[in-house]
Design a protein around this ligand. Sequence first.
Ligand SMILES: Cc1ncc(COP(=O)(O)O)c(C=O)c1O
Length: 190
Amino acid sequence: MNTPDLLGDIEPMPPLPPAAQERLHRFHRDIQSLAPSLVGYPVSQDYECPELTPFLGFSLNNVGDPFADSFYRENTFAFEREVIEFFQEHLRAPPGETWGYMTGGGTEGNLYGLFLARELFPDGMVYFSEHTHYSAAKVVRVLGARSIMIRGTRGRRNGLRRSPGNPAAPSRCAADHPRQHRHHHAWGGG
Ligand SMILES: Cc1ncc(COP(=O)(O)O)c(C=O)c1O
């Protein structure tokens, strides 16, 4: 039986129109001239990852649990598991009893962390500094979680103690980290 040539009639992607190419070139040139004078906040421009560039030619997809099989073969689960193992080791989280995944970014990390906290402590109060990333305020709204923003705590060691919150409510706490623009989050109840 002959297999029909299903792809025969499909036109290949046309090349980028010259004006669009020129625009991208200009943008690249502008970024190249700007990057060296960025001091490194909020992110460093001082890195190269040519080894990863070839992978931009593929649509990789990591949907789902990195410890399970994926229906999508073009995934990077093996690398993802290694990253999680790294954190398991450093957080002394027993492998096999703890789980994790790489989020698509910081906001999703905050969302998932606070989601788990809300599942564990549905009546808990979220305390977060006004200086923490603005996604914290958005996330508590999305989750409908009770929250208190602590104002003016920068530089004070015990800012959370000054909170007017309900002391009986279990707390979930968004804590700043001084290293990379003060954004490290620790979630805990108690
Ligand atoms: C703590 C924290 N949360 C959220 C974000 C936002 O990250 P994204 O833009 O990847 O969602 C950042 C960005 O730096 C961050 O540091």
